[in-house]
Write a protein that binds this ligand. Structure first.
Ligand SMILES: Cc1cc2nc3c(=O)[nH]c(=O)nc-3n(C[C@H](O)[C@H](O)[C@H](O)COP(=O)(O)OP(=O)(O)OC[C@H]3O[C@@H](n4cnc5c(N)ncnc54)[C@H](O)[C@@H]3O)c2cc1C
Length: 377
């Protein structure tokens, strides 16, 4: 078969797979395809509020609970991490920090603990009484009546992970990263055509949409994809009095080193408006103090925000378009894209290579939204 760019020097060859987006999901997919020897082009634009850099890096399928095969996927995604960062270290020589000390979910009201105890035990969690909690984490607030401990959850340094993945992908002889923006796609030919902001057109064999919260804005998608940006504000503090990732309600503290921690986060439906607000930062300070009172006097280091790509059921959209199998979705990872990113990359790379993915992707099909009016939570 002749490649349609032949005789059309203005057309760019995208190779076997064009990936739209260079966040964690796009890079992990590129890396997994590179390992299979596929020729890949990642088209990566920069936008304020990119989620993968902004995130807290928690690997928390037990706290951010889902059901059935979606939960099985999330647990497998968490359990992939140790071998994933080890393989990255073998190739790049850089060890991405991974914390698998478990996650604490503080309980301030014993009745709430009783109501969720059975669910927690089914997820492999255990109950820590106030005294057990105090001996494990002396700096945790004495107002907690206890905590659930999920021993297999943890956190990754997502900023380091992104940097290492990017370096690895850039060093690959089969992957090119180009800095441009995909404006529109055309799926009516034998292969997908992609129109870039620079005015060029690129042709590949398969096309992966991994553009986070910006995915629905790509013109020419065969169906609307219900993804909304949901802003999360974050801050870091120059102290880490606790060692475990710790949740209190919707807020959390993630120790990043012996000398600093990150605190998150808000869930704000404000459109594409990254940035922090005095009110948002006040909420984060209150969360930090509620978890570990010593953090009230910690030195503020940085503040930032990111835009989560949120779907109505908080599950990602993954897999082929039912009408255009050359188009694969890998977007909408909502609150858990750091957790799910590496396994998403492996599964989408398998699909793009004509293999059967290792896990069931049916809960994530775009078809689950067909014909329904959808509202993002
Ligand atoms: C404050 C906050 C805290 C979070 N904490 C956690 C956590 O603890 N654990 C967890 O698992 N998840 C967490 N998440 C969620 C997680 O960060 C996201 O689900 C995940 O990063 C999404 O990755 P992505 O690659 O799809 O999107 P992004 O990282 O946003 O990347 C998308 C990329 O595509 C580019 N792009 C967009 N449009 C185009 C285009 N047309 N052409 C080319 N490029 C384009 C963008 O510029 C961007 O670089 C958090 C998110 C936020 C905001």
């Amino acid at each position: 078969m002749t490649y349609p760019t032949e005789g059309h020097p203005a057309l760019l060859r995208g190779g076997d797979v064009i990936i739209v987006g260079g966040g964690l999901v796009g890079l992990a997919t590129g890396a997994a395809l590179s390992a299979r020897g596929a020729e890949v082009t990642i088209v990566a634009d920069h936008n304020a509020g990119e989620a993968s850099r902004a995130a807290a890096g928690m690997l928390a399928p037990s706290v951010e609970r889902s059901d059935g095969p979606a939960h099985t996927f999330a647990v497998a995604a968490r359990d992939l991490y140790p071998s994933y960062v080890e393989a990255l270290a073998e190739v790049t020589g850089i060890v991405v920090p991974l914390n698998r000390d478990g996650i604490l979910e503080l309980v301030f009201d014993e009745r709430r603990a009783d109501a969720t105890r059975a669910d927690v035990f089914a997820l492999g969690g255990r109950w820590l009484s106030a005294s057990e909690l105090k001996s494990l984490e002396p700096a945790i607030s004495p107002s907690a009546v206890g905590a659930f401990h999920f021993p297999d959850d943890g956190a990754v340094d997502n900023v380091a992970l992104l940097r290492v993945l990017r370096e690895m992908v850039e060093a690959s002889s089969t992957v090119s990263i180009i800095h441009d923006r995909v404006m529109s796609i055309d799926l009516e030919n034998e292969r997908p055509w992609v129109v870039l902001e620079s005015g060029r057109t690129m042709i590949g064999t398969k096309l992966v949409i991994a553009a986070g919260a910006w995915s629905p804005a790509i013109e020419g998608l065969p169906r609307p994809i219900p993804i909304e940006p949901v802003r999360g504000q974050m801050m870091s503090l120059g102290s880490a009095p606790i060692h475990h990732v710790t949740y209190a309600g919707d807020g959390y503290v993630v120790p990043r080193s012996s000398a600093h921690c990150v605190v998150g986060s808000t869930m704000e439906h404000v459109g594409f408006a990254p940035g922090t607000t005095p009110e948002g930062l006040r909420t984060l300070s209150e969360t930090a103090e509620r978890i570990a009172p010593a953090l009230a006097s910690a030195r503020p280091l940085e503040k930032w925000s990111g835009l989560r790509p949120v779907t109505p059921d908080l599950l990602p959209i993954m897999g082929p378009d039912p009408d255009y199998p050359m188009l694969l979705y890998a977007c909408g990872h909502s609150r858990n894209g750091i957790l799910l990113g590496p396994l998403t990359g492996e599964c989408v790379a398998a699909l793009a290579s004509g293999e059967t993915p290792a896990l069931d992707l049916s809960p994530f099909s775009v078809e689950r939204f067909a014909g329904s009016r959808v509202t993002v939570k």
